[in-house]
Design a protein around this ligand. Structure first.
Ligand code: ADE
Length: 225
């Protein structure tokens, strides 16, 4: 999978791709991530990419022209399955969206900034809008990093143990059951006995029950789907 990210702050988003699972996915050639500084597409020597909004009002708006130029250059090189705009006024990212996107070949992500982008970009260039939650961030970069992490880890071959993505929370519509490791007792706090029993059918049963309990207590809305 190739991901292109258009941003006004490349430094803000690069670091998550230089560590851990994302780094390994890139090293293995399973994911390719490219950053594009919107200022490089500004139509002026002082790299202006935003302007005041028509009609008045606080906050600057990213202009259509540099975005058009950047997207046109990228689209001349390949076809994108989705052009995603990161913005708080959009459907919230969930595991289903991450699963769907993990099967795509080329994704282009546009990070908003300031008051956002000129609406014409959203109307005519963007194919999908994603929020990472009902709160406002300073820009779309952190959201894009979250989105990329959730997607890249699902690409087959990225996780060493293929089953570990399958047993993640949400993957089967439930929250994950609790997990424990050594020591089996610490300061009087014991691990549930069943997990030490070696009875794997019973352990599976216990985990399923805990997953249901957790989902019911913490996110009962998952049962609505
Ligand atoms: N940009 C600003 N806030 C955001 C959010 N909550 N999700 C995605 N992009 C954003």
């Amino acid at each position: 999978m190739r991901i292109d990210i258009i941003t006004v702050s490349p430094e803000l988003i690069q670091s998550p791709f230089e560590h851990s699972i994302l780094k390994r996915a890139i090293q293995k050639g399973l994911a390719e991530v490219h950053f594009h500084n919107l200022r490089d597409f500004a139509n002026n020597s002082y790299q202006k990419i935003d302007d005041y909004q028509f009609g008045g009002g606080a906050g600057m708006v990213l202009m259509i022209e540099p975005i058009d130029k950047c997207i046109a250059q990228l689209k001349a090189e390949r076809t994108y399955d989705e052009v995603i705009y990161m913005t708080p006024d959009a459907p919230i990212l969930n595991q289903k969206t991450a699963n769907t996107l993990s099967l795509k070949e080329n994704i282009l992500i546009l990070c908003g900034h300031y008051k956002g982008v000129d609406q014409r970009v959203r109307d005519h260039y963007v194919t999908k809008e994603i929020s990472i939650g009902d709160y406002v961030l300073s820009g779309g970069e952190l959201g894009a990093a979250v989105l990329c992490d959730s997607v890249i880890r699902l690409i087959p071959g990225v996780l060493g143990d293929e089953t570990s993505a399958l047993t993640d929370s949400f993957q089967d519509g439930l929250l994950a059951p609790p997990v424990y490791t050594r020591p089996s007792e610490y300061k009087g706090h014991a691990v549930p006995e069943i997990l030490l029993s070696g009875n794997f059918p019973k352990i599976d049963e216990w985990r399923t029950q805990k997953a249901y309990e957790r989902t019911k207590n913490i996110k009962p809305e998952l049962f609505d789907d």
